[in-house]
Design a protein around this ligand. Structure first.
Ligand code: COA
Length: 592
């Protein structure tokens, strides 16, 4: 079927829908421009049978929806309308929520309904719900609607507020007054809920000293007793700050200055921003008994010979300190005799998105910070590659991008969750890339496919990753099922009678690879090119990073991307994959 996607950004939702439809054999084009003339041109030139809007922030021009069937993904239950759906669902503590696919008409969000799907709510940020539950439900609804549309007999039902099943209603934009924290009366649960409802956008407006900031990434601890005034800064640890609440403390992981003229008008680790904003005398945060109980982004849980290493970095971005901490943790896990298998879990929303562009942007010397950050992440990757005596498993349960999509390939096995979208390329950020990608990617997919992936900059859906050898096992999309499958996979590896042979083969393979070409050579070659880019103030990396962190739209890039996407078809194995001698077992053999 000819399908046009209209979207406000080529974000995780749009990428997932795009790849799913291409894999299903549809002829898909994408229009990302919000200019009416561009949308009209795309629609009337391509003449799609169906238009789908997975993520659209504005109205579809009348000329389009009158002529074509346009289906819009709305992140709300049937009857819900307005721009703050998930914000209200979290604020009102709805036990469940949903996604509705509706047909565009003259009234925003009030069109006929093609399908609706419900899910239980979790006590997490709205971005987390969006990335997991909303995207999963939307994909199912879209696929069902395409079938219904192709069947031609289907009639969508009009929105009928008198029906008992219609529980939603029109709700206004949630403003900052409604979101505001009252530190004197709100308890930890209220504060976390308010921040969750505004995370990742727009954040809850608050203040640190005399500085107005948006707050994000809240984690509470009601087990701490203190006599501090609610709202007061009482500790900081690993990039987060801790504020007193009337019934405990709340850790704030990220903040952004409200002042757009600030030199850092973007999200930063809350501790870093506090240090930028407050003088040392104003920033005397340091109750050691509180800091020692801080929320930890890096956690290890061990069971039946398997160490599950979570590294839950906000937005999957890994700054120099975070990389150093992760490397240290991996060294410790490596040294443990009770651990045979190490599962790298990434975070709860992203697996990893590579170096921390916001921290780099805020650094006094971004070129130097880029250099430190890339070396620190390379050290993590090297630590994973060289984990002798253990089997490493990348538990790719969430999306990953740039160096963060290469890092899992350092593991012996890649266990990917259905629906995950990978972006294993750097060009969109003007970088050649490092993280040993010149070793890791070709050894899994072959040289030609590696070139294709890094040049075309197209996203890769989990099933495609499996087809071309980026991943070894495709597991359920359902979060619980995925973890059960992962656990039994890791435990059976740890119990394997052939375990010693498995790791011996892996260790020999690595030694063989090192003899063929030392790992350090791959790294040095990559770093020479990276350093040239970092040290060149005119390189596109610096301007692309500037725009990325400030969310400045890149019309020319988006247009180019939009054009490029039209040509990207399903990723098929283009060549016989060179199997990796250092991996414990040949888990795939890509065909011609
Ligand atoms: N550093 C800092 N922040 C990052 C980041 C990074 N490397 N990668 C993503 N983010 C942030 C985004 O700014 C966004 O922030 P928000 O919470 O304020 O909205 C958030 O993570 C989610 O990213 P978004 O781009 O909205 O997600 P997506 O699913 O649409 O796209 C990527 C995912 C990976 C394709 C995209 O984020 C990207 O290109 N990131 C840059 C990757 C990169 O170049 N890394 C450096 C080279 S190793």
């Amino acid at each position: 079927m000819k399908i046009l996607l209209l979207a406000s950004a080529y974000n995780g939702m749009c990428q997932r829908v795009h790849r799913e439809l291409v894999i299903d054999g549809h002829d898909v084009e994408i229009e990302l421009s919000r200019r009416k003339e561009d949308m009209l041109r795309s629609a009337f030139r391509f003449r799609p049978e169906l238009i789908i809007c997975p993520y659209l922030k504005y109205r579809i021009p009348d000329e389009i929806w009158r002529q074509f069937t346009c289906l819009i993904v709305h992140p709300g239950i049937e009857g819900d309308r307005g721009p703050s759906s998930l914000d209200w669902a979290i604020t009102d503590e709805s036990p469940d929520w949903g996604v509705t696919l509706l047909q565009a008409n003259e009234e925003m969000d009030a069109g006929d309904i093609w399908g609706t799907s419900a899910f239980p709510m979790r006590n997490v940020s709205k971005a987390s719900i969006y990335r997991r539950e909303v995207i999963q439900a939307a994909v199912k609804l879209i696929k069902a609607a395409i079938n219904d549309f192709a069947g031609r007999g289907f009639r969508p039902r009009p929105l009928d507020y008198s029906s008992p099943r219609v529980r939603g209603r029109l709700l206004p934009l949630m403003n900052q007054e409604r979101r505001a924290i009252d530190w004197d009366s709100d308890g930890c649960a209220d504060i976390v809920r308010k921040i969750n409802a505004a995370d990742s956008f727009p954040g809850v407006a608050d203040s640190i000293g005399s500085h107005e900031v948006f707050l994000y990434g809240a984690v509470s601890d009601t087990g701490i007793e203190h006599d501090q005034t609610p709202g007061e800064l009482v500790a900081c640890s690993h990039g987060a700050i801790c504020r007193a609440a009337r019934d405990g403390v709340v850790w704030i992981r990220q903040m952004k200055p409200i002042d757009r003229d600030s030199p850092y008008p973007f999200k930063l680790p809350a501790e870093d921003l506090t240090r930028h904003l407050l003088s040392d005398s104003d920033f005397r945060a340091g109750r050691p008994e509180i800091s020692s109980r801080a929320y930890r982004e890096i956690r290890v849980a061990t069971k039946s010979g398997v160490a599950y290493v979570d590294f839950d970095f906000y937005n999957g971005a890994m700054n120099t300190d975070q990389c150093k901490r992760l490397k240290k943790c991996l060294e410790e896990v490596h040294a443990r005799e009770d651990v045979r298998v190490v599962a790298l879990m990434g975070g709860s929303d992203f697996w990893s998105n590579g170096i921390h562009l916001n921290c780099i942007e805020a650094a006094r010397d971004p070129a130097r910070e880029s250099w430190l950050n890339i070396n620190a992440i390379n050290d993590v990757v090297r630590q994973i590659i060289t984990m002798a005596g253990k089997v490493t498993v990348a538990a790719l349960r969430n999306n990953a991008g740039a160096g963060g999509a290469i890092m899992p390939l350092a593991c012996d096995r890649v266990f990917i969750r259905e629906g995950v979208v990978l972006n294993p390329h750097y060009r969109n950020m003007g970088l050649y890339g490092s993280e040993y990608w010149t070793y890791l990617l070709p050894r899994r997919v072959g040289r030609k496919m590696a070139q294709r992936l890094t040049r075309e900059c197209a996203p890769l859906l989990a099933s495609e990753a499996l087809d071309i050898g980026v991943a070894d096992t495709l597991a359920s999309e359902d979060w619980r099922d995925y973890h059960h499958e992962l656990q039994s996979y890791c435990e059976s590896l740890a119990r394997d009678r052939q375990f010693s042979k498995l790791v011996a083969r892996k260790d020999q393979g690595l030694a063989q690879d090192e003899r063929a070409r030392p790992l350090e050579e791959y790294r040095q070659d990559e770093l020479v090119r990276m350093k040239e880019t970092f040290d060149d103030p005119e390189s596109s990396y610096h301007s692309l990073r500037y725009q990325f962190v400030r969310k400045i739209p890149l019309p020319t890039k988006d247009e180019a991307k939009s054009r490029a996407l039209r040509t990207v078809k399903k990723q098929v194995p283009a060549e016989t994959t060179r199997t990796n001698s250092s991996r414990p077992e040949v888990a795939y053999e890509a065909s011609e």
